[in-house]
Design a protein around this ligand. Sequence first.
Ligand code: G1P
Length: 356
Amino acid sequence: MKAVILAAGFGTRMRPITHTGPKQLLPLANKPVIQYIVEKLRDAGISELCLIVGYMKAPLMEFLGDGSGFGVKITYRDQLERKGLAHAVSIAKEWVGDDSFIVLLGDIIFNMPIKDMVGQHEASGAPCSVALFPVNDPEKFGVAEVDDGTILRVVEKPKEPKTNLAIAGIYFFSGPEVWDIIGKLKPSARGEYELTDTIETFLKRKRPVNAVKLKGSWKDTGQPEDLLEGNRFILNELTTDIRGTVSEEAVVRGVVAIGKGSTIGKDVIIRGPVTIGEGCTIGPDCIIGPYVSIGNNVTVKNTSIEESIMMDECKIDYPIKLVNSILGRAASVGVGNLSSHTVEFVLGDHSFVRRS
Ligand code: G1P
């Protein structure tokens, strides 16, 4: 089995962060979203990967390279126009050849092993399987109606969803029929060639489509609040690993990882789960956590941070409580002595907030 990963989109729902980088490289617990996907494929024994790239492809290709650093082999194909997910898949047609293949969106995070999903797809004998996950806001997704493990109907972003089962962005295809269907698709109401319509066509042709119900957690990290939720679920699997220096006047509680060269100073309380990268200076007077991921070379002073992501080289020295925030690389929240406030930020790379 081969894998096609769709990573060409603009990431508009994650702006301003995606003005300066692809959404697939946004870090969860200090590791890019796409790396979790690549490693999960490798762990399932799937080593031939094709990435469909477009917007911000250079940093993505630079990070993943030919895949050898991650134990896989990666090929890249360009999607020059954004014409939808099925169009993106069609670009990999020659590369896939006659093999069965899995299609994954490049910005989803999940913990069910891919091997288990492949097993279910192969056991079903169906030409197509679709992973589903129950959500509270199904109207934002493709939604499936299911009977006894078989999909009966799929609708893209229905106004009145019949179920809460979202199409999770993981699809399996075996046999040549998928190429025939994609080749005959018409653009949807939003002007895109949809994978949801591809599935619906299998059903119209009375072909079985198997439902793979995902176990554990799943998240499409397309929006800031989803990225923060994904960060929470990855941090729940963190293990303690302290390589930096912790002051005797600091308190570290719960599961915490601190990279080498980082110092946790005086009057700092760290409430895990928290991960802090390398070369960071935390303190004095900080409360960090729970559910905070801090990248490399970050400085935090006089600040309280909860449920947030700070990317590399950020700086905060501000007596505020930061919650549900995402700070892009080298963003800074300026120096000052304002009275305490609770604030919420999504700051792109090199942004700053300060009192003039
Ligand atoms: C796409 C699919 C949708 C699926 C979703 C999963 O939506 O079209 O069926 O449920 O991904 O995240 P999009 O993110 O393109 O709006």
